[in-house]
Design a binder for this molecule. Structure first.
Ligand SMILES: [Zn+2]
Length: 313
């Protein structure tokens, strides 16, 4: 989108944020704002360096232009506003102003509004507005994982990397739009796909190979006991086994949950002491690593992007 900041496009005064007693006139796209320079300078580190430290509205003494004529100072009138960055739109700037000039009864903000505040507050270095947006978005009900991951990286919100990555690992590819994929970015997306494929392959190999059970000295028929264990692993027509839980096409049980689920593992016909021993053996390393590899892969992915972000801060 083009943001024409030139004075040739007729700009209109904003209904709400053109304060007649303001001290400086700003322009974003085709909207004019008259705001309080001193207030903006105090709130924002960027405005502090960007705006003059004296009122400019109505300052017609001005400076000379190339032809030697007096020219009003930038920010002093509608024809000579201070242009704002094209990094954001006027609509996004309005959202920031709606936070700065807050109403007594705040309305619940939309996702777009909160994202606009995060973006503009990060740009203008307005700490409390940025914290507000991060806080609100963190508990926002439908905050899509691709957007969360994108914003976390772009605006350096370290705390969002982990929840966003976990959501991305659980998000079916068929539910990802082209736009979602663009938000995630090519590098992370291919990393994600490789990691998920590794998990998939690992699940299959875990499902396909039931671990050999441990037999207690009390076990009289190891062969029957092992058969009962394998049976329970694969499952029967009315009792799904571990393999089915691992390979479930839409809601597979994550490996780390499986260890807890093993408690309910009902191996009918298996010697109770063998069952107890086998299950406790599966719950501790090295046997448990087979079930926690998935979690390790996800943790590594989180660590990788956390480190990249930390190094960029
Ligand atoms: Zn046994």
């Amino acid at each position: 989108m083009m943001h024409d900041q030139s004075n040739t496009v007729r700009a209109k005064r904003h209904d709400q944020y053109y304060f007649r007693d303001g001290s400086v006139i700003l322009r974003s796209e085709d909207t004019l704002y008259c705001l309080y320079g001193e207030m903006l300078r105090r709130k924002s580190d960027l405005f502090h360096t960007m705006l003059p430290d004296h009122p400019v509205q109505g300052d017609l003494v001005g400076i000379m232009d190339e032809t030697g004529r007096a020219r009003p100072r930038d920010g002093s009138c509608d024809d000579y506003p201070i242009p704002l960055s094209t990094f954001h739109t006027a609509g996004e700037f309005n959202e920031l102003l709606s936070f700065i000039f807050d109403e007594w009864t705040p309305v619940p903000r939309t996702l777009e509004s909160l994202v606009a505040i995060l973006k503009t507050a990060s740009f203008y270095l307005i700490q409390n507005a940025r914290e507000y947006a991060i806080d609100q978005l963190s508990t926002y009900k439908s905050f899509p994982a691709p957007l969360r991951f994108h914003l976390a990286r772009r605006y350096r919100v370290l705390a969002w990397i982990s929840p966003a990555v976990r959501q991305l690992f659980a998000l079916p590819y068929r539910d990802m739009s082209d736009e979602d994929m663009e938000l995630i970015g090519l590098g992370p997306l291919s990393g994600l796909m490789r990691a998920r494929e590794r998990i998939e392959t690992h699940r299959k190999s875990v499902a396909a190979g039931p671990p050999a059970p441990r037999h207690d000295v009390a076990c009289k028929d190891q062969e029957a006991c092992t058969r009962a264990w394998n049976h329970a692993w694969w499952g029967t027509f009315n009792k799904p086994g571990v393999a089915k839980a691992l390979l479930h096409p839409t809601k597979p049980v994550p490996g780390y949950d499986l260890i807890e689920k093993l408690e309910d593992f009902n191996a009918v016909g298996m010697h109770p002491d063998c069952r107890r021993w086998t299950l406790s053996w599966l719950c501790i390393p090295p046997a448990s690593r087979r079930f926690s590899l998935e979690e390790t892969i996800i943790d590594n992915f989180i660590d990788q992007y956390t480190t990249i972000l930390q190094n960029a801060m």
